[in-house]
Write a protein that binds this ligand. Structure first.
Ligand SMILES: [Zn+2]
Length: 343
């Protein structure tokens, strides 16, 4: 199975073509495990039974399934109520716990996740962290329960609890080790860290993503199956540009877009003679994620070119740091950014 990296091209499972790099940020990657009849489950938990009780192949007017399983089957979220009586149920999970920026950290340790390895990754307060371990390419390949899966050690659980994560995700059926998971669960859940278990991260690399993972809304549920998806937020060679929403004035609120870096330079300042021409000011340029394709970006520049603002003076645009020419003649390369020169 081809692995997809977060700075090259992306595809849905089953489609491993090579779309342009800048489309990467537009695609979501499913990191949930398919729920299916008799699939692997935690030893002692209720098994997963999914049966077609009405079937059009047998002449029924509809297909309809009956589902019976433990609430902690497949990809699922643990509520604090799982281990702490009177704590929050799955229906009380704040939605921003599992919607927003997240980081996939690849764990090298083949046994467990330990603080020594975590220290290298500078985990910060409020992060959403998903651990990709040796489990992802291995444990989901079999219907047999894998006892020696990679888990979060007690020390690492304390480390993560102290960091005040929003949520931590793991790529097998428990954050804690087989037969010793209670302490890890309690340490995380009692510290306000929610838990996603049963992820399959074999299709993603370490990096930053947008995460959406929402559990079914069981009233006072201790946990619930969830669908989890990731979207990479960084494409190679992209920069963020904060552009004035009112291009003529160069004032007002700015909005962020991203685009390939090829059209931009970074002059430190623009001398007065340039400020009297037809320019748009780009206030800040910094490396960032790509959110629009190159074609969308060139459309935007074309649109700006048709605006043809006039009357800019140095007083109106004091010391702009980044300028884009909208002049059409003499024609040069389309929409160039000029470096400052001494007048
Ligand atoms: Zn669970």
């Amino acid at each position: 199975m081809k692995r997809l990296s977060n700075d090259n091209t992306f595809s849905s499972p089953g489609d491993y073509g090579s779309p342009p790099a800048y489309t990467a940020s537009l695609q979501w990657i499913d990191i949930s495990v398919p729920l299916r009849d008799a699939m692997v489950h935690w030893p002692g938990d209720p098994p997963v039974n999914i049966k077609r009780v009405r079937d059009m192949e047998r002449g029924d007017s509809v297909n309809l399934s009956m589902v019976s399983m433990g609430a902690h089957s497949g990809t699922h979220i643990d509520a604090p109520l799982h281990f702490i009586q009177q704590a929050k149920g799955i229906d009380e999970m704040p939605l921003d716990i599992t919607i927003g920026r997240a980081r996939v950290i690849e764990i090298e340790d083949p046994e467990s996740i330990k603080p020594e390895e975590l220290l290298r990754h500078r985990i910060r307060r409020g992060e959403r962290i998903l651990f990709k371990t040796k489990n992802s390419p291995r444990a989901w390949q079999t219907n047999e329960f894998v006892e020696d899966f990679v888990f979060i050690s007690d020390e690492a659980a304390r480390f993560l609890a102290q960091r005040g994560l929003r949520v931590v995700g793991v790529d097998y059926l428990s954050v804690g080790g087989f037969g010793e998971g209670s302490y890890v669960h309690k340490t995380l859940l009692s510290s306000g860290v929610w838990i996603i278990e049963g992820l399959d991260l074999s299709l993603v690399s370490a990096g930053r993503y947008d995460l959406i993972c929402l559990p079914l809304k069981f009233d006072r549920g201790d946990g619930a199956p969830a669908r989890a998806i990731l979207r990479p937020i960084r494409a190679s060679g992209a920069r963020r540009i904060n552009m004035p929403t009112e291009a003529h004035s160069g004032k007002g609120a700015t909005s962020s877009i991203s685009a390939p870096a090829v059209v931009l330079k970074e002059p430190a300042a623009v001398p007065a003679p340039y400020a009297s021409g037809r320019w748009f000011k780009l206030t800040t340029i910094r490396p960032a994620e790509s959110r629009v394709t190159a074609s969308l970006y060139s459309c935007l520049l074309s649109f700006l070119a048709t605006m043809a603002p006039t009357g800019h003076t140095s007083a109106q645009s004091p010391q702009p740091s980044h300028l884009v020419s909208t002049r059409r003649s003499p024609p040069k390369a389309p929409m160039t950014v000029r470096s400052p020169r001494k007048a």
